[in-house]
Design a binder for this molecule. Sequence first.
Ligand SMILES: Cc1ncc(COP(=O)(O)O)c(C=O)c1O
Ligand SMILES: N[C@@H](CCCC[NH3+])C(=O)O
Length: 463
Amino acid sequence: MRAHEAGVLHAEAGQAVPSWLREPEDVNLMLPQLWARTVERREDGVVAVGGVPVTEIAAEFGTPAYVLDEDDFRARAREYRDAFAGADVFYAGKSFLCKAVVRWIHEEGLHLDVCTGGELAVALAAGFPPERMGLHGNNKSVTELTRAVEAGVGRIVLDSFDELDRLTAIARELGARPKVMIRTKVGVEAHTHAYIATAHEDQKFGLGLDEAAVMAARVLDEDVLELLGFHSHIGSQIFDASAFEVAARRVLGLQAKIRDERGVELPELDLGGGYGMAYTTQDDPIPVPELAERLRKIMEHECAGYGLSEPRLSVEPGRAICGPTTFTLYEVGTVKQVPLDYGASRAYVSVDGGMSDNIRPALYDASYSATIASRASSAAPVLARVVGKHCESGDIVVKDEFLPADVSPGDLLAVPGTGAYARSMASNYNHVPRPPVLAVADGTVRVIVRRETEDDLLRLDVG
Ligand SMILES: Cc1ncc(COP(=O)(O)O)c(C=O)c1O
Ligand SMILES: N[C@@H](CCCC[NH3+])C(=O)O
């Protein structure tokens, strides 16, 4: 049954619509702040990226697929590099990493943050200079640490005393002197989902400021590792620049304490990543130049206050670079009209992917938007929920969106803002193979991560 045949819910009907979601005047409208820069709806109603219509992409490569705008990716990387000139920008590979991305990051002059042996392997395989990499992780294994030291990774961010012992032993054995930072938790309550806040006390990352001072003293005393400075990452999808300022102030206070107690001015400071991006109209990211300027000012101000010479700053944006560059292209399979308690109804639009290609709605209650991408529609907007094909009722792709009432099987549906933590957190739940990543540039589409196949999955199953 088509949605418009069932008497559907409009915004004025009330409760089912979240307060921030407005019924659009034109259901074909695509808000530019939610889409990669070369994405547009053409006059024939079809959405195109880099000049290539999604209908062609779907016909050649199938759905679901992550469609990435390479020019947009590179432009966002450059924007960070330029705004933070004089500081080092480490792209956080956990948000999305593959060999092509590693090369783009290198070509655009960024550094790279990896947080597992797997990410390190991808970066090395793509030829990224190890000295421009940082290695994170709260439980790095001996194998991972050894590989990083042998490869000459530029900095290892220590996260525990156990790791300090491990790395010191490895350095002694290899006769190396790895550069390290110490990850702190600065006690800032970042306004974000609890699962992605990382600077409060009761979570697994980093060391409290007092413990971090003890660790710094040990590293300096033992003189096996080279201490670059402290690291702070307060969480992810944060819009409030003042949270970063508070973090900077607290870590610089620690820096001053080390100077006072040990007579050592540590040369670097890393303020992590976590800059928010727009998934829906609710989100209002801080413009990158403004963010950079605020961090620069607070560094200047605090260092002057403590009489410290300014350490070299580094930052680690992931989501804000890759997130907006990509949309997921799905095909609609079924549309079901579900009556709600208060007389309205919601169209459940099922697509050919779901929580296996984007776990964020299920994991963080994250909001996304969607549009019908294979055509324009003159039908009225109706409240819809885009859901996946998995065996879970929480398998939600877009919780609340207005779609045209004539949304039908066979329509292509695009969900923007899926460049970060979608492919990188994808799973094979229900033995669903993971979608490919397609990079579009200069009117051509290139597979940069191929589609997984059932054969790939069967090959793992050696029983
Ligand atoms: C240490 C560290 N740096 C950088 C990032 C990147 O965060 P985001 O993608 O939100 O910029 C993360 C993830 O939250 C992180 O844990
Ligand atoms: N994966 C999370 C953010 C955590 C980032 C890594 N520390 C997200 O999708 O928002």
